[in-house]
Design a protein around this ligand. Structure first.
Ligand code: BGC
Length: 408
């Protein structure tokens, strides 16, 4: 059975989180507004749908109540079900489960059992991510992913969750985008803790790879039947030709696409592919034609997903597209975006690539990390004042695609 659905992550939709991001958001909101004032924003971003915050407002940068999915998950899963989905990807918020080092909150564990039961009841196969960028504050204080004990802390948390949910979950995603996280948090200085060091980057990435391996063992020991993967953000690096461009393509691909996967193999049962980016290399990076752009001015390049999928053939593992989506507040790009990506995915499948699922990012409008609320990725629009949900037309178009491709 092919899995069709959408994805979310705890911090981006739940609301009421208290972790390293929530602290940093409050500290950095003012400066982000100042920076935003230096840019020119199109009218549709300054006047977002349903009165949501725009980039010039501090509230844009503070996750706060987010989409209040923590309280409204039943309603949200009803919507997913009504849209024809048969699977759903979500993440568990570590800072809720282990708010103090070594102290686990049983009430919060129960909450996620309820979440999983709510999915099962509606016939939605749960794909659970154990970590999607946020850290409990105690762990941030001792160095986060750079702490050499990180892999063992993560293992203990993974054991706890596996023991609690083992009768309910088959698909486990240990980590979300370890490379992107390490890049943005430790090298580019964009995400907390805003480091800018190549050593921090490598330390973080190495610890995340070890954390994956530990969690893999832990989950498999408790639940041998589990399918355990990781979600990686892979770009289509395209060389415009010639030795030098080819060299940079291979180097970039090696570091950003394959390094993590190579370092965790064979302790991985499937690859979760998050596909967003094309990067054309022509005597420099990002020499893209940029013919089609999202609200965030990211190039939309559906063909790239085909190339990335074929580049994964060597791993001989099943692949789930765990994320693929577009920021589009007016819902004028999304339908075509989904259609075109699926055409290229189908071509890869026809050529023998073992793709078994597709999760659109995201089910709901949500908190887009350092950018805040203004980018709108949702199949479902969220009114951030009333928290009312509104299904976008593209969600219905996606439903039709699902109905026409049940047996992919
Ligand atoms: C992340 C999501 C994020 C999305 C859009 C992915 O890299 O996993 O959390 O919202 O991209 O930027």
């Amino acid at each position: 059975m092919f899995f069709w659905g959408a994805a979310t992550s705890s911090h981006q939709v739940e609301g009421g989180n208290y972790n390293d991001w929530s602290e940093w958001e409050i500290k950095s909101a003012k400066i982000k507004v100042q920076n935003a004032k230096l840019q020119k924003w199109p009218e549709f971003i300054l006047n977002p749908p349903a009165g949501g915050p725009n980039p010039l407002q501090e509230e844009n940068y503070i996750s706060g109540k987010a989409a209040e999915h923590y309280r409204r998950f039943h309603e949200d899963f009803d919507i997913a079900k009504s849209l024809g989905h048969n699977a759903h990807r979500f993440s568990i918020e570590w800072s809720r489960i282990e708010p103090e080092q070594g102290t686990f909150d049983e009430e919060e564990i129960k909450h996620y059992r309820n979440v999983v039961e709510a999915l099962r009841k509606r016939g939605l196969e749960p794909f659970v991510s154990l970590w999607h960028f946020t850290l409990p504050l105690w762990l941030r204080k001792i160095g986060g992913t750079e702490n050499k004990e990180f892999p063992s802390y993560f293992q203990r948390y993974a054991e706890k969750i596996t023991a609690a949910l083992k009768d309910k979950i088959r698909f486990w995603i240990t980590l979300n985008e370890p490379e992107i996280y390490s890049l943005n948090a430790c090298f580019r200085g964009r995400w907390p803790p805003q480091k800018k060091s190549i050593f921090s980057f490598y330390k973080s990435l190495r610890n995340l790879a070890a954390a994956h391996q530990n969690a893999y063992e832990a989950i498999k020991t408790i639940l041998p039947k589990a399918e355990v993967g990781a979600a990686v953000n892979l770009s289509y690096f395209e060389s415009s030709g010639g030795l030098i461009n080819d060299f940079f393509k291979n180097a970039a691909e090696g570091l950003m696409n394959f390094h993590f996967l190579n370092s965790v193999c064979p302790k991985i049962d499937f690859i979760g592919l998050n596909y967003y980016f094309h990067n054309r290399i022509d005597w420099g990076f990002n020499k893209n034609a940029n013919k089609w752009l999202s609200d965030m001015e990211w190039e939309i390049y559906p063909e790239g997903i085909y190339h990335v999928l074929t580049s994964l053939k060597k791993y001989k593992l099943p692949i789930y597209i765990t994320e693929n989506g577009v920021a589009d507040s007016r819902d004028i790009l999304r339908q075509k975006f989904i259609q075109e990506h699926i055409i290229w995915i189908k071509k890869a499948i026809k050529e023998g690539i073992n793709v078994r699922g597709y999760f659109y990012w995201s089910l709901l409008d949500n908190f887009e990390w350092d950018k805040g609320f203004w980018p709108r990725f949702g199949l479902v629009e969220v009114n951030y004042k009333t928290l009312k949900r509104k299904i976008r037309p593209s969600a219905l178009a996606y439903k039709k695609i699902i109905e026409g491709n049940r047996a992919l």
